[in-house]
Design a protein around this ligand. Structure first.
Ligand SMILES: [Fe+2]
Length: 423
């Protein structure tokens, strides 16, 4: 027997980012005959946050706050069908009333960091702030504070494997200089964990990632914050920042060789066109290749003086188009596996120009979901499983029209860098 839970006038949060409200939330509990591992179903009726649907679909946990101040956690949340936008359907592994056992969830305001605890985020913010101040004032910085922060972050990330998804909730809340370093360190460690790195490797990766762009503080601000295209001389000045960063940390024994490699080589590119060494493939240290992916994703999804932020979807799509050239494809695959390339509800264009909407993903086939044609031709099936029907494939995402000959890579400023996340 399925159990029903119905809540009305529910405020909807993902992470702690408020996404809106819905008139009615209905939870249909698991059916015992189907086995305990079968996800239970839910639907949100009258969800008033459709414009944030993409953000909603990138989360794994959903928080519901009711009028009478009860809070529920919907774990492993996934939208499966939005063909009826008035009633959005999905599945989740559990729906729990939040009690004392989740004190860290209660009381955290929307926009605050959601995965890394408040205390650790504050610690990280202070450490980065101190590093930035000393990088401005002195010739060397002491990396010990970074080590301490990373110890805390590693511990929390190991406990929270879905960190990468919720991390997006802190976007736009902090100054880029500070939040970028912390975000990249966190993203890189989450990715490193997915790739099976040891705790020591995660520590080296996180420390290097936290310090990776410190050298930018030695680049003149007029170049860093320039809104127009950089001259070749200005760009060459920026390419010095990995070496400048390494100079700043000096010969301190508190920084491992792995962390130093991340600082020096996070701008190497998989095909060998990066800097400073122009190394390619496996010759680029693994930790630096991981940091490059985290760095690109965070930079692309942040507002910069020279361009607005990409949506997570646009960033993922642009990075996918650069698998094997800029990014290590294996690392990128692991990263994208943590996210969803075409979340349900994404409007797409197929190779023959047909508009369609994504109904659900296919596990392991990130770019071949099941789609529903919005204007099926006579005799044509309305629903196509792109995993089975290999004649059809997605060439672009609405509302950005694309031509069949060109993959949809969002255009970015600073063409001379050839690198959307630069600096
Ligand atoms: Fe950099």
């Amino acid at each position: 027997m399925a159990e029903f839970l119905t809540l009305t006038d529910v405020q909807v949060f993902t992470g702690y980012c408020h996404l809106g409200s819905c008139r009615e939330f209905v939870w249909e509990g698991g059916v015992p005959a189907a086995g305990p591992s079968r996800p239970a179903r839910f639907w949100l009726r009258g969800l008033r946050c459709i414009e944030d649907l993409e953000a909603l679909m990138l989360r794994t946990d959903l928080y519901l706050h009711t009028k009478d101040k009860r809070e529920y956690l919907l774990a492993n949340f996934q939208i499966t069908d939005i063909t009826d936008t008035e009633k959005i359907r999905g599945v989740a592994s559990s729906c729990r009333l939040l009690m004392e056992e989740f004190p860290e969830i209660k009381g955290i305001k929307p926009g605050e960091n959601v995965v890394v605890s408040k205390a650790t985020h504050l610690l990280a913010f202070r450490a980065v702030s101190a590093l930035v101040s000393s990088a401005h004032a002195k010739t060397h910085v002491d990396p010990r504070a970074a080590n301490e922060v990373i110890n805390e972050l590693v511990g929390e990330i190991i406990k929270a494997p879905n960190a990468v998804l919720n991390l997006l909730a802190i976007k736009h809340t902090d100054d880029y200089t500070f939040s970028h370093n912390i975000n990249v360190a966190t993203l890189a460690m989450v990715l490193g964990q997915a790739l099976g790195l040891s705790r020591d490797q995660l520590h080296d990766l996180g420390t290097g990632a936290l310090l990776h762009d410190l050298g930018l503080l030695r680049v003149p601000g007029r170049i860093l914050h320039k809104e127009g295209q950089l001259t070749p001389e200005e760009f060459s000045e920026i390419t010095r920042h990995p070496r400048l960063g390494l100079d700043l940390v000096g010969t301190s024994r508190d920084l491992s060789a792995g962390a130093r490699e991340v600082i020096l080589q996070h701008h190497e590119r998989f095909q060998g066109k990066g800097y400073p060494h122009g190394q390619a493939g496996d010759r680029i240290p693994l930790l630096a290749r991981i940091c490059a992916v985290a760095d690109a994703f965070d930079a692309m999804t942040s507002d910069r003086p020279f361009r607005p932020a990409f949506t997570p979807y646009q960033a993922m799509r642009a990075m996918l188009a650069q698998a094997g050239t800029q990014f290590d494809p294996e690392i990128l695959r692991a990263f994208l596996g943590k996210l969803s390339v075409y979340p349900p509800g994404t409007q797409v264009t197929l190779q023959d120009g047909s508009p369609a909407v994504v109904l659900r993903g296919n596990a392991g086939l990130l770019i071949r979901p099941v789609v529903k044609l919005l204007k099926p031709r006579p005799g044509q099936p309305a629903v196509i499983d792109l995993a089975r029907d290999r004649a059809h494939f997605i060439i672009g995402v609405a509302p950005h029209p694309v031509t069949p000959s060109a993959p949809p890579v969002p255009s970015v400023a600073r063409r001379n860098s050839g690198n959307p996340q630069q600096p």
